[in-house]
Design a protein around this ligand. Structure first.
Ligand code: PNW
Length: 459
């Protein structure tokens, strides 16, 4: 019996990203991206893993879409690799790159699945990085040109368009603490990147709207920032600072309020923010129809003079202590706290009303336990920890809906085990297991569980 039913037309699906699954990095005229460069730089990615082959999805996409259909997915979120479309990031489009997404889109639609496109999931063409990447204002303009090129080819079939995936990661992990490509560590560059990413979003959104895109959005990874001690005023101030750097710096300008003054003040202590020009905030505030929310774990902070801070949040050194995760953790070392998802959704619903939300990523890296009684003589992959994680977070999402949050859908991260960025292939987020030696796909027990959830529209 179903205890928790989700709204009618709730969108159930799964998400992936180009560099994490496609492979085929030298095929059909694709140019190099910053992740090709970064993964080849010694010491950056676990054991030097690269996306060269990944899940070989570029060749196996039809089988993978068949798998999605077997799971009953209503929607599938994938990203388009900019360097396949414009190998150098600007200039004439590479038709063979677009051909792949054309075939993929038709295959998805033929299975009755709704495609949701992410235009930029971190694979910046290397040529643009050579000109400064997201620290260069021109990159924002180039993003809009690229967006239009993709829309020109796929706009007749794809309804839902999102510009960026998690600009927080691109800016702060890419240019702040250097854990992600391009691996720079410079607070000034990180904030310039935040602004140019937002500007690129605004320019792309405006161009896509003019081109007739139906549903337009962006995906962010807002943080559920909590105080170590709810009664401490110092911890409350730390929450305010980290919330500003992680959430309000994106959400306020996206929704038309411009940059928050306390955040601008903090940024100005670290860098001269001349990269923000008159009119930019208006561009960033281009109307959107959907906000994608990715959630994995909460962030606990304390206000402490001399606190270590965190390179991913420039200027928190000496002010903030980021608490080590406690309780049950995923293999990423991230806390498992489903209540954080409900708090986050309710907070966004309250502070940024009128914006339909979709969970565009949620999931966890967990160990596989091999079962012995697979239907075809192969072991089954049992992942009860993942089922528990997803179940808890879906209950939290349902609670938020019951409290009035306009949540339209849920996409699990991820369909397949894949290239987990700096962690390489050692962390597995898939509901479908991938054997990287044979490229054999085996749905885990969570995949079967998720199929049931979808078919019942609830838990
Ligand atoms: C997101 N952090 O990345 C991405 O959108 C996915 O591509 C990725 O595979 C998934 O989450 C799991 O990691 C993040 O350090 C990477 O806070 C790192 C962080 C957050 C999100």
């Amino acid at each position: 019996m179903t205890e928790l039913r989700f709204p009618e037309n709730f969108v159930w699906g799964a998400a992936t990203a180009a560099y994490q699954i496609e492979g085929a990095v030298h095929e059909d005229g694709r140019g190099p991206s910053i992740w090709d460069t970064f993964s080849r730089t010694p010491g950056k990615v676990f054991q030097g893993h690269t996306g060269d082959v990944a899940c070989d999805h570029y060749h196996r996409y039809a089988d993978d879409v068949a798998l999605m259909a077997e799971l009953g997915l209503k929607a599938y979120r994938f990203s388009v690799a900019w360097p396949r479309i414009q190998p150098d990031g600007t200039g004439p489009v590479n038709p063979r790159g677009l051909d792949f997404y054309d075939r993929l889109t038709d295959t998805i639609l033929a299975r009755g699945i709704d495609p949701i496109v992410t235009l930029y999931h971190w694979d910046l063409p290397q040529t643009l990085q050579d000109q400064g990447g997201w620290t260069n204002r021109d990159t924002a303009e180039h993003l809009a040109d690229y967006a239009v090129a993709v829309h020109t080819r796929l706009g007749d079939r794809i309804r839902t368009w999102t510009t960026l995936n998690e600009p927080w990661c691109s800016a702060y992990l890419g240019y702040g603490n250097g854990v992600h490509a391009p691996g720079e560590q410079d607070p000034g560059k990180a904030f310039a990147a935040v602004h140019h990413l937002l500007l690129g979003h605004g320019l792309a959104a405006r161009a896509l709207r003019a081109a007739g895109a139906e549903t337009l959005g962006i995906t962010i990874n807002p943080a559920d920032v909590q105080p170590a001690d709810p009664a401490s005023a110092a911890d409350g101030e730390a929450v305010r600072l980290v919330d500003g750097l992680h959430n309000r710096i994106f959400l306020d300008p996206l929704t038309g309020a411009g940059y928050p003054s306390d955040v601008l003040e903090h940024v100005s202590r670290l860098v001269d923010p001349t990269f923000i020009r008159d009119g930019d905030e208006k561009t960033i505030a281009a109307p959107i129809d959907l906000l994608g929310v990715n959630y994995y774990a909460p962030t606990y902070v304390a206000g402490r003079p001399g606190g270590a801070g965190n390179g991913a949040y420039p200027g928190t050194e000496g002010l903030v202590e980021f608490l080590p995760p406690t309780g049950p953790l995923t293999e990423m070392g991230w806390m498992i706290e489903a209540a954080g998802l409900a708090r986050l959704l309710e907070r966004i619903g309250r502070d940024y009303p009128g914006l339909p939300l979709m969970i565009t990523e949620n999931g966890g890296a967990f160990p596989d336990k091999e079962g012995v009684d697979g239907p075809d003589g192969h072991g089954q992959v049992m992942d009860s920890d993942r089922i528990a994680y997803l179940d808890g977070h879906l209950r939290a999402a349902h609670r938020a809906i019951a409290r009035g949050v306009d949540l339209r859908g849920y996409l699990v991260w991820s369909l397949l085990d894949n290239f987990e960025w700096a962690e390489g292939y050692r962390k597995r987020f898939g509901i479908v297991h991938v054997d990287y030696l044979t490229q054999r796909r085996t749905p885990k027990s969570s995949a079967r569980w998720y199929r049931e959830v979808i078919s019942r529209n609830g838990l």
